[in-house]
Design a protein around this ligand. Sequence first.
Ligand code: 5GP
Ligand code: MN
Length: 351
Amino acid sequence: MNNPSTLHSSMKPIEEILPLLAHPRKIVITHHYNPDADALGSTLALYHYLTVKGHSCTVISPNSMPDFLLWMPDADKVMIYDQQIAQSNEVIKESEILFCLDFNQVSRTKVMTQVLNDYAGIKVMIDHHLFPDVTFDYGISIPEKSSTCEMVYDFINASGDNQLITKMMAQCIYAGTMTDTGSFKFSCTSSETHRMVADLMDKGLVPAPVHQAVFDNYQENRLRFLGYVLSEKMMIFPNQHTALIAISREELNRYKINTGDSEGIVNFPLSIKNIIFSIFISERESEIRMSFRSKGNLDVNEFARKYFNGGGHANAAGGKSDDSLSETIEKIKNALNENESLFKTCYQESL
Ligand code: 5GP
Ligand code: MN
């Protein structure tokens, strides 16, 4: 089940953790800062599974979760690290095993970086991003996988426990897989992904309410913001087959936009025929947050790494900038000019 080419040599294969789980353990499960459906879905699915297996589990999220994910079973039991620091540190200290899901660099937890670096127990990673850190004892890293949720499903199966998958686990797993695959349309969607969904439905999953809970659950302001962004703010660079949306703090405030509300907006410009690269940047408290999406062969993970200290996947990546919004826009424009021939080639290949 491990892919040796992407597994860091010092990290033991995840199967080797199974004997340690033969007895009840104190386990903490965590995910990256600003959790999305894959982060929360995978941690809660694993939480439900390990709890059924008799372990004593706590999910700790670095910061609060967006409202559209709070329907997930037991989301209300998740501890929020930056709101309960002393209590969370105590739970982490008491635990024997720490599962890190949907991230592969400890710094992606931001506020939990220190406590994870100092962790004395066993650190396990389950993730599908490129280039894992060296800090994990056991783990699995498969960048080709659709989602961390699908990897948790594989983990349960590899443990020989397919029959223990409940409707609650199925709902969590489905939610993260659905969002990370763009509702099963991105190229990371495999036949295994579809077979998993069939199995989850056999275990009681009803997909429609999950789609509705995640995608049809916005406030009016979010849709008005989307309208404003697409009509007033989308810049098109035809020569580079790129769209750029840059949002100031004032605009976020004007439309009362929280972090979760802007999620997914970056995908809209990709529905334009000639656009293969979409960039969405917004001015947050202490930095400019950046989202990159592409169609086809254009590797935006590489772009994010090279120019904006970020990373992610080939078609979906993120990054940050400590410059001002206007400086960041200029930097993006320069990077776009520098790569014009690459974008042209990728566009031709996409036809
Ligand atoms: P999003 O645009 O949804 O925030 O992120 C897209 C993808 O890029 C996600 O898989 C996310 O994990 C990854 N990503 C986002 N921001 C960063 C970052 O600052 N560093 C790295 N390495 N990956 C990121
Ligand atoms: Mn993911």
